[in-house]
Design a protein around this ligand. Structure first.
Ligand SMILES: C[S@@+](CC[C@H](N)C(=O)[O-])C[C@H]1O[C@@H](n2cnc3c(N)ncnc32)[C@H](O)[C@@H]1O
Length: 437
């Protein structure tokens, strides 16, 4: 099992709440004990009320009608303040989770690296990159007030952040590279969001980034897991793949994404928010026990032929050992939670060279691969062999091989994770509802 890599976002919470109180709260009457945070970093009752109202307004603008997308909401002090109270920590943790999922953490992959963070706002993604070891981060946003907060938060945590105010949608000149990594966290979905040709514009935008990269440099795109934004992120991924980009993570296939046109796909990482943020989320009626987001780590330049493998999976006999043509055995990404089908079989969805399809096992089976199956989580990377072909997908039998090549990233105590895996009943088939950011 992967060692958990705790997310250090908790250390920023006192700075976030302190900054909000000093610069953004309306100065509602504070607790008679004075204007300091309550002993465990909490807001006072009236402050919590005000905070919840701002967070709710942001939540409505980010999810339902997406009314804030494309507007300069970060220039509104009430909304910028609200962002610090809740979404800042969520975005920091999502960036951390995306770095883990993409294999850029743990380890020294980012050590000393130069990173450009586009649409950085008040800096959660930038500060997560610095905390992950990046040597130099340049944050770009069209909101000067948001970048000013990002610089202040970096200063308070003993780090340095470079910034540039620029409108990414206007073709403004970007900082000169080369950069080892360019990130855009919850940014691309906001670019040209009201235009019919937004996919073409976003593709051209990412293609332009290739000119800022070092040889082997990468682009990390993170977007919300809402059905609409996740699907647009996948469409962008497909358009880039068609243009020769390689998807280094999370996909275990190079061709077009088999989730489209009607399905979707996203990562979902367990997370325990800092207590003060949990309280604010609770007051705003927004839960956050896990981080759902879509992400792609991309590399430009490879010329990969593009074709959609829409055919149902063949080759039930595909062994976990080498294939007849000598190529290494295929890898498959688990792209759903485990769920219990009406037939009594446990299922997950796998995604790999043949497309996206179910792998299932009899819910009562006790052979070795059934045990491994019960330990599977979304985002695990597996090899499968000796399976039977079923009406839909592959089924495990007593002679099947199921090997977990890499476990999904974890940010929490392994005991909590193990408890969830072994004790929780598998979910019923998930309904295709909208996912929160
Ligand atoms: C949801 S916030 C994400 C901020 C930060 N990356 C994070 O993960 O929390 C989206 C950011 O994109 C910025 N943005 C949106 N459209 C932009 C544009 N055309 N040019 C520059 N920045 C833009 C917004 O100002 C905002 O700060």
């Amino acid at each position: 099992m992967n060692r958990p890599v705790p997310c250090p976002v908790g250390q920023y919470v006192p700075h976030l709440l302190g900054l909000w109180r000093a610069r953004f709260s309306s100065g509602v009457p504070v607790d008679p004990r004075g204007s300091r945070l309550l002993p465990d970093g909490r807001l006072t009752g009236p402050e919590l009320y005000e905070a919840a109202a701002a967070v709710k307004e942001l939540s409505r603008g980010f999810t339902r009608e997406r009314g804030l997308a494309g507007t300069p909401y970060m220039d509104d002090p009430g909304l910028l303040g609200g962002y610090l109270l809740f979404y800042w920590t969520v975005s920091f943790a999502q960036t951390w989770a995306a770095l883990l999922s993409a294999g850029l953490l743990p380890g020294k992959h980012l050590e000393g690296r130069r990173v450009l963070d586009l649409g950085a706002g008040p800096g959660p993604s930038s500060l997560a990159l610095l905390a992950a070891g990046a040597g130099r981060v340049t944050a770009v946003d069209r909101s000067a007030p948001a970048l000013e907060i990002a610089v202040e938060l970096a200063r308070r945590s003993g780090r340095r952040l470079e910034t540039r105010v620029a409108d990414l949608a206007s073709g403004a000149r970007l900082p000169e590279g080369p950069f080892d990594l360019v990130t855009a966290v919850h940014t691309v979905n906001e670019l040209w969001s009201d235009r019919d040709d937004r996919l073409d514009r976003r593709r051209a935008f990412v293609e332009r980034l290739a000119g800022l990269l070092t040889p082997g440099g990468r682009v990390l795109l993170v977007d919300p897991a809402l059905t609409a934004t996740a699907n647009e992120a996948i469409e962008l991924r497909d358009a880039l793949v068609a243009g020769g980009w390689r998807v280094l993570a999370p996909c275990a296939r190079e061709e077009g994404c088999p989730a489209l046109p009607s399905g979707t796909c996203h990562a979902d990482v367990a997370w325990d928010p800092p207590p003060a943020v949990r309280r604010i989320g609770h007051a705003a009626r927004i839960g956050r026990e896990s981080l759902a987001f879509s992400y792609f780590l991309l590399e430009s330049g490879g010329s990969v032929p593009h074709h959609r493998a829409a055919a149902p999976p063949k080759g039930a006999e595909t062994p976990a050992e080498e294939r007849p043509d000598g190529s290494p055995p295929a890898l498959y990404r688990v792209v759903s939670d485990r769920f219990l089908a009406k037939s009594g079989r446990l299922r997950v969805l796998l995604c790999g060279p043949e497309g996206r399809f179910p792998l299932s096992v009899d819910g009562r089976a006790s052979f070795p691969s059934a045990g491994t199956f019960r330990s599977l989580s979304r985002h695990d990377l597996v090899r499968v062999g000796g399976v039977e072909q079923r009406a839909t997908g592959w089924g495990l039998t007593p002679t099947s091989v199921l090997e977990v090549v890499a476990r999904a990233p974890s940010m929490e105590d392994p005991r909590a994770r193990q408890d969830r895996r072994t004790q929780s009943a598998p979910r019923r088939r998930p309904s295709p509802r909208r996912r929160p950011r």
